[in-house]
Design a protein around this ligand. Structure first.
Ligand SMILES: Nc1nc2c(ncn2[C@@H]2O[C@H](COP(=O)(O)OP(=O)(O)OP(=O)(O)O)[C@@H](O)[C@H]2O)c(=O)[nH]1
Length: 300
């Protein structure tokens, strides 16, 4: 299993600074990192900061979420096929919502080869103090990135007084009581904090393994193997019975009387079924908060 980290954070918050610092530490440890970056513009200038020997995939047309999960899947697959690497870091654009970013990287196709360690959000502490000046939409995205982080960097501490530093940490902890908050300058995070993250808890129906982090009200994902076929109605009935903290489900579901499992998609209350011509093993991935305790269909 290769560890995957998602770096999230607002434009200009310090993601690239953190990336540079983290890559250096991984290399010092003898680990080979790979990076997927995406930019809203056409010029991949951030990538120039990376060494040439780091496998790098860039997404130049929009962010990881709006350019489609398939594209990210294809990029990850080609990284897995072409390059030897130990850890994968995905730097999302400042405009990405963490649920969308997680969705794009969590595919049943590589559920067995990738271990999504978690979302590391870098927040600009000065901007946090001045957040009242942001438009409601931008402020809401800023808050969501903080709320869903598994590890939170309160960055740009050098620009604040001691009293302001304490205020920022106190307020951010109120928005996200589960994440560890580290005060940083220039995104300097020690990698052992990253290595200790565990947002994914792959589990079968019977043995529900709880994650070290991500156990409580925290964004996490869960892989569910399906051992029988269903009618579309009964499967949808189960999906409708799920709490609203389940944001996303995708995968392959075996339907009674039909040869190959269907592709199943669920997002924002909408369900989609697509016939699949390849016989894929029936399993789904669920993304949401507090999902480890959910009773899975088939447990009947
Ligand atoms: N004073 C101060 N400046 C910082 C700190 N961290 C980053 N910066 C500066 O803030 C600017 C943006 O930093 P980046 O690391 O490029 O941020 P980013 O999140 O990758 O930015 P985007 O690529 O726009 O999303 C740069 O000029 C950095 O030098 C910090 O802790 N203190």
């Amino acid at each position: 299993m290769k560890d995957v980290f998602l770096f999230s954070g607002f434009l200009g918050s310090g993601k690239t600074s953190m990336l540079t610092h983290v890559l250096k530490q991984f290399k010092e440890k003898g680990l080979k990192p790979a990076v997927i970056m995406n930019e809203l513009g056409k010029l991949p200038f951030d990538s120039q900061a990376l060494d040439e020997d780091i496998p790098l995939k860039e997404m130049l047309e929009g962010c990881i979420c709006c350019s489609g999960a398939e594209k990210t899947e294809a990029q990850i697959q080609s990284l897995l096929a072409d390059n030897e690497f130990d850890v994968l870091i995905i730097e999302t654009t400042g405009a990405a919502h963490p649920v969308e970013a997680l969705d794009a990287v969590y595919s049943p196709l590589f559920a067995e080869s990738l271990n999504i360690k978690g979302i590391v959000t870098v927040a600009d502490s000065k901007r946090w103090l001045e957040r009242a000046a942001l438009t409601p939409q931008v402020r809401s995205l800023f808050m969501e990135q903080i709320r869903h982080a598994h590890l939170l960097l309160a960055n740009k501490m050098d620009l604040l007084t001691e009293a302001e530093q304490a205020k920022v940490v106190f307020e951010m902890q109120g928005v996200n009581p589960n994440a560890f908050i580290l005060q940083t300058t220039n995104g300097k995070v020690p990698i052992n904090l990253l290595e200790n993250l565990q947002a994914t808890a792959p589990s079968s129906n019977k043995e529900v393994q709880s994650a070290k982090i991500g156990k409580n009200l925290h964004l996490s994902s869960r892989l569910i193997e399906l051992h029988q076929s269903y009618t579309q109605e009964e499967f949808e009935e189960w999906v409708r019975s799920l709490p609203s903290s389940v944001y996303r489900i995708k995968g392959y579901v075996a339907i009674e009387g039909i040869r190959n499992p269907f592709v199943f998609q669920y997002a924002y209350g909408l369900v989609q079924w697509i016939p699949e011509y390849i016989n894929m093993p029936p399993k789904i991935v669920m993304i949401g908060e507090n999902i480890q305790e959910i009773e899975v269909i088939g447990d009947k």
